[in-house]
Each structure stands twice: as structure tokens, then as C-alpha cells.
Write a protein that binds this ligand. Structure first.
Ligand SMILES: C[S@@+](CC[C@H](N)C(=O)[O-])C[C@H]1O[C@@H](n2cnc3c(N)ncnc32)[C@H](O)[C@@H]1O
Length: 226
């Protein structure tokens, strides 16, 4: 099974010791299966809201040789998820990494917010890779009190994505237009920045009130690199 460049980049960004890694909105479950191989210390959870997807995936995983203690399939709305607590253990927190990739920015933000609200007593890391609306997602997760761990620009199939690792335990600022992910010596990064600038120039021309400020933030990245 060959992972796409996008999913492979997300896999490579999983850094740290996690007891539970969640392939949320897993669909085909390719990412979770690669994590099963790459992270033998973690239990991998495959979660999707569509029953036909999860039942097919469960059969597929059961026909492979992984111990059933290493994985679990959940047919559930991520916005209702309650993370499991360790049994018979006090004062020890299980570490959870929730990966949310391949869904739109609005839904990604709603999901992160709901997971935090429904699991107030947990330390949670998120690795998100939304489709579009990156500025809105970044502003939103920042307002939710999350901190940055790592961020990368990923180009796959001629399209750009941002993979963003966040944590309830991090106090590092989340730059709303991205920070350390940019290497403007690279042609791809220059192209991605130009795409963002053109997008907000069009929004501004259409009379969008917020576009001016967002555009200025992206333009300042360009000026920094000049
Ligand atoms: C385009 S697929 C993404 C697959 C994979 N994560 C990727 O990045 O390639 C989106 C999946 O999100 C699932 N989904 C949408 N809303 C959901 C929700 N509220 N809870 C759980 N899964 C959801 C859909 O059923 C679908 O399988």
C-alpha cells in the first residue's frame, strides 16, 4: 500500500510517545494502517461516521496479523467522541494524538472545538491537515488555546496543504499565516505564498472586509524574504 505524499508527510510528522493515535475521518484507513506499522508502541484507533466504511475496514484489519489489542475501529461522529481513560490508574494521563486530515477547514475547526469541549480533563495533541480555509482554522485553533508543535507545507498532486501539529500542552504561538513552515528560498513555497496573496487580493476586490488584514499578513511574509 503506497501512501500519498500528503499522508506520508503527516506520518513523518508524528513525533513523540503516544498511547493512542486516532486516524479520525479515516475513510480508507491508509494512514492508520501505516501508523500500525510505524508506531508499534501506540494503539491505533480508526474512526469514521459512516458505518459501511468502518465495517469494511474492520474486516480488512481483522484479516491481517495485527494483535487486536493494537487497533480499534469506531463508527462514531468525531464531534461526540469521549476519549478513553486509563483503568484503575490515578494521576496518569494517557497521551492521545488525533489526526484530522482531508476534511474542509470549517469542519476541522468544529471537530477540534468539540473534542476539546467533550474531553476537558485530557491532554490532547492534534495533527490537522485541512482542505482550504487555513487562515480561519489557524485563527480558530489559536483562540481555542492550543499551541503549536510543528508545521509543514506539503505539495501533493499539484496542490498545497499545511500539516499542523498542535497541543493543549504547548504554549508556542500559532502564526495565523504560518511561520517556521515557510522556506521562501524554495520555488514551491514562493508559489504557495503567491496563491494565497492572489486569493486574498480577489476577496478584497470583491469587497470582503477581512481580506485586507489577512492580505497584509501574507504580504509581510513576502517582504521578510525579500
Ligand atoms: C475525504 S475523507 C478523508 C480521508 C483521509 N482522512 C484522508 O485524509 O485521505 C473524509 C472522511 O471524513 C468522514 N467524516 C465526515 N464527517 C465526520 C464526522 N463528523 N465524524 C467522523 N468522520 C467524519 C467521512 O465519512 C469521510 O470518510
Amino acid at each position: 500500500m503506497g501512501l500519498s505524499t500528503r499522508l506520508n508527510s503527516i506520518l513523518k510528522m508524528i513525533d513523540g510517545q503516544y498511547d493512542h493515535i486516532w486516524d479520525c475521518c479515516c475513510d480508507h484507513g491508509y494512514l492508520g494502517q501505516a501508523i500500525l506499522q510505524a508506531k508499534p508502541e501506540a494503539k491505533v484507533h480508526f474512526l469514521d461516521v459512516v458505518e459501511s466504511i468502518t465495517s469494511k475496514l474492520e474486516k480488512h484489519l481483522a484479516s491481517n496479523n495485527y494483535s487486536t489489542e493494537r487497533w480499534q475501529v469506531h463508527c462514531e461522529d468525531l464531534q461526540r467522541l469521549r476519549l478513553p481513560h486509563p483503568e484503575n490508574v490515578t494521576n496518569i494521563q494517557h497521551r492521545h494524538l488525533l489526526i484530522i486530515a482531508g476534511v474542509g477547514g470549517d469542519l476541522t475547526l468544529d471537530m477540534v472545538q468539540a473534542v476539546l469541549q467533550n474531553n476537558l480533563d485530557c491532554h490532547i495533541d492534534f495533527l490537522i491537515c485541512p482542505v482550504r480555509q487555513l487562515h480561519k482554522v489557524r485563527s480558530g485553533v489559536k483562540a481555542l488555546g492550543l499551541g503549536l508543535v510543528n508545521e509543514k507545507i506539503v505539495k501533493d498532486g499539484g496542490r498545497y496543504y499545511e500539516a499542523i501539529h498542535l497541543s493543549t500542552l504547548s504554549e508556542d504561538d500559532i502564526p495565523v499565516v504560518g511561520g517556521s513552515m515557510w522556506d521562501l528560498a524554495k520555488g514551491d513555497h514562493q508559489e504557495y505564498l503567491r496563491q494565497n496573496i492572489s486569493h486574498y487580493q480577489r476577496m478584497q476586490a470583491q469587497g470582503n472586509e477581512n481580506a485586507r488584514n489577512i492580505l497584509a499578513e501574507y504580504m509581510s511574509l513576502q517582504e521578510l524574504s525579500a
